[in-house]
Ligand binder design. Sequence first.
Ligand code: ATP
Length: 528
Amino acid sequence: MNPALELTGMGKTFGTVRALDGVDLTVAAGEVHCVLGENGAGKSTLCNLIYGTAAPDEGEMRLFGEPYRPRRPADALKSGVAMVHQHFSLVPTLTVAENLLLRDGLRLRLPHRDLGARVAEIEASYGLRIDLTARAADLPVGDRQSVEIVKALLRSPRLVLLDEPTAVLGPAEVGALMDTCRRIAAAGRAVLLITHKLGEIETAGDTATVLRGGRVAGAGPLAELGRDRLVSLMIGRPPEGLSALVTAGLDVPAQRTEPVEERPVEERPVEERPAGVAEDGTGVRIEGLRVRRADGSAALDGVDLRIAPGEIVGVAGVEGNGQSELVAALSGALAGEGRFEVAGTDLTGTGPAERTAAGVGIVPEDRHHEGCVPAMSVAENLYLGRLGEFRRRGLLDRAALRAAAAAVIGEHGIRAAGPDAPMGTLSGGNQQKVVVARELALDPLRFLVAAQPTRGLDIAAVDAVLARIRAAAARGAAVLVVSSELPELLALCDRVLVAYRGRLLGPVPCSAPSARAEIGDLMVGVSA
Ligand SMILES: Nc1ncnc2c1ncn2[C@@H]1O[C@H](COP(=O)(O)OP(=O)(O)OP(=O)(O)O)[C@@H](O)[C@H]1O
């Protein structure tokens, strides 16, 4: 084996949190090495140490046999280490070409006129395709991810780090990205891939290291570890008891090689009164919801939907078909035309605070910008909008807030230094758990809108969140789940609608044997 990266005894402490403790890890050239583990296990921290975004407290790193200690990302880039970030780093107002030439701490020695030829080479070698003239902001999320990867590959790195690169991608894009990872490794480079998805690990990985509580719980070739062992190393107990959906992982779909021919969709209107909707106006009623973009085009083009108390309705669809606008309009953050009623109360034209008071819980798609306040404590984030409940004689009763938050932290398995820890210091998955816990705690919770509720969560947390959503419905909440994870929607929902060009097509009942195929067809504009 030709080791590309060797880590020995790596340690990192943040305040009282031991994020990494004596971690050894080896990645060989020509292989995809997966790093997995529960939320807060230390995966991103490890990546940050290798990329020079943070400095280790102890430990040694060697890169292709040489001592390696980057002090900043520019050092890592200079040594041939590139990183594809979990959150996109492209400048939205610039073109793709301008973004590629932008220096990220280190000047790219490539004249503008040679960029096209170099990008064409990368596209051909790695099965990628990008449009150099497009504005980054106008690109669908999968294309933006491709630009990030081309940007990393432009410097001909010897080691590529990918930190949960598939979290925001649709199924077809995930398949393409796993293929790209294999091609990068086949070209003799090394890949370190962080992911929670077992399907991806099995599709793209050669070897793996499982982290648990900042330590190595197990490592080795994937062929020897096997799925059950991986899962138990991750969660620290045998996989029995986890739902079949979760242990089965979310499979990586085969890539479509043929472009999908778009045929006009025969639009089936949403059924007039789905089973279970009471005549007395309880539940959720959305009528003629329309939202326009800045250019006047319709992001939502007349959405009609009824959801009964206790019913779980899913929204599938390729990203960019109006799902984000639907969630924003229902939360009150985005103004639109149309009627919105919850449990007989007319909420048309109301803002977020009135909707929260009426029992509308929103788990937004983008937790970083809309779901939480990173500088505030975990306790304050858990009770955002409800801090008044802790006022005693005009003052915030911090002890009561802390005690209530500590109980929620324990109940939801949130890994944080404590209720007072700033939200921004939590790992991505733990931030998501805080947002979900807060919205599910609304009392009464009449309508839950959950966008990508399990994004970034480890498998045990996915299991727990799905169970909590089911429990909220069982207590009488109407639930709308927007997700790019089709298996998740099929396991959770009574029926699924498909967002397509600002409209909701369907419904497809989840119990139908052909549900997956029908939804897949509606998603790409082929009528069922
Ligand atoms: N800047 C920081 N300040 C304080 N604590 C931090 C900081 N960065 C990370 N941590 C803590 O270190 C631990 C490891 O976090 P890390 O982000 O590496 O986890 P992760 O395995 O990537 O999790 P996830 O799957 O949720 O992304 C967590 O407990 C986190 O709260």
